[in-house]
Write a protein that binds this ligand. Sequence first.
Ligand code: IMP
Length: 193
Amino acid sequence: MRQILFFSNNKNKVIEIKKIFKKFNLKLLSLSDINIDDEPEESGQTFEENAKIKSDYGFEKTGIPCFADDSGICIETLNWKPGVLSKRFLNNFKSNEACFKNIIKSTKKNSKKIAYFKTSISLTTKKGQNVIFNGQIDGKISDEAKGRFGFGYDPIFIPKFYKKTLAELSSKEKNEISHRSIAVTKLINFLSN
Ligand code: IMP
């Protein structure tokens, strides 16, 4: 059976991706299966660059075809930031609620409500050879933080054509429309062709 390595230390992502790969004739390995615990510095300016840094690193260390992802939120009122710094931006506040208040205040002040989440997946199959799969979900920042599902910025993001925030949707509903699932679906289509 063909093997593929998912370069991520995020246990929840690994579980989710392993579930998806069960249907395919591919053995999915994660970093814990091959005892890699170091990660390269995510020094890229874009999601694509950071995903490539990780998938190249995994391939170079193991020789196994490797994919990695990088995601975040881009918010109009913050000049389309925090982008690749999404995790750090949230962690710089004393709580998620404080971060959400700050974003909502800025959104209301200048009526710039648009936001989107983006995921880039990079798959490295040979030295110097990688393919990128992107997924994006468009939407807007809500007037207040709502919902208890999901993670990160989900409570303040309302997808286009929806009235609820991502944190008010079940994980099944979110997975049907999310940036991550769009990018993963493109990867799977590529691998099964
Ligand atoms: P990662 O690269 O997928 O680990 O995402 C980096 C950061 O972006 C996360 O720590 C979250 O703050 C934010 N983020 C990415 N995807 C989502 C999502 O689906 N919902 C909410 N926040 C997200």
